[in-house]
Design a protein around this ligand. Structure first.
Ligand SMILES: N[C@@H](CCC(=O)N[C@@H](CS)C(=O)NCC(=O)O)C(=O)O
Length: 212
């Protein structure tokens, strides 16, 4: 049962897409919370449909975007995860404001930054189809961010339980593996092992593998 100690408006729908790694973070948070998960509908966002209401829901036009019962919207993935956790009221993903909570939020942003760096690499390469000349200095700088973050988590192992950090890190590592931008498992076999343990313990990791 949700406690909703802060009298938050109930979440109604999660607008995302099966391909989005950021959306996967929010989907996993929703699924980690058994009591709440089934009450928040999945709503596919259709970028090809000019009538899709995303621009009215999020001026940045990004997914994931969570719609509440009163029609208002919450985004981005980190805020959605915090909202779901606060609505639930049991601090399953993040403890109450405390040094530990802020350290976890910082780690969660590093974890999400891995996906951002991987995205930047993909788009830099994709955006130069005509001359095949991406700015390799930029691409390499993005890879360095991934390498640095993998080294960081190799020393600061994420939990095998679902929390704000582990739910952000797992899809990020999955995305880098899927896009093959960096062989992070060779860089940190320990982290590879930890991701496997996380996946074994939390079936929603496997259930949310991107559809592409
Ligand atoms: N910081 C955001 C990033 C969201 C994001 O970049 N989503 C991508 C899809 S994976 C998107 O909607 N991109 C469209 C755009 O940037 O216009 C979050 O964590 O939710």
């Amino acid at each position: 049962m949700t406690k909703n100690p802060f009298a938050l408006t109930a979440p109604k729908a999660l607008r995302t897409s099966g391909k989005s790694p950021f959306g996967r973070m929010a989907r996993m948070a929703r699924m980690a919370n058994m009591a709440l998960g089934s009450k928040v509908a999945w709503e596919d966002m259709d970028r090809l449909n000019p009538a899709d209401p995303l621009p009215q829901q999020n001026p940045l036009r990004k997914i994931p975007c969570m719609i509440l019962d009163d029609g208002s919207a919450i985004h981005d993935s980190t805020i959605i995860m915090q909202y779901l956790d606060a609505y639930d009221g049991r601090n399953m993903l993040l403890p109450a404001p405390s040094p530990q909570a802020f350290a976890m939020l910082t780690d969660a942003i590093i974890a999400k930054g891995i996906t951002e760096a991987a995205f930047n690499m993909v788009y830099e390469i994709r955006n130069h189809p005509e001359d095949g000349q991406p700015n390799m200095e930029y691409v390499d700088a993005q890879r360095e961010k991934i390498i640095g973050s993998v080294a960081y988590f190799g020393k600061n192992m994420p939990a095998t339980d679902a929390n704000l950090v582990s739910i952000k890190l797992a899809p990020s590592l999955g995305y880098v593996r899927f896009r093959a931008q960096h062989d992070w498992e060779s860089q940190s076999p320990k982290l590879g092992q930890r991701l496997q343990e996380f996946a074994d313990k939390n079936p929603f990791y496997g259930e949310t593998i991107p559809t592409e």
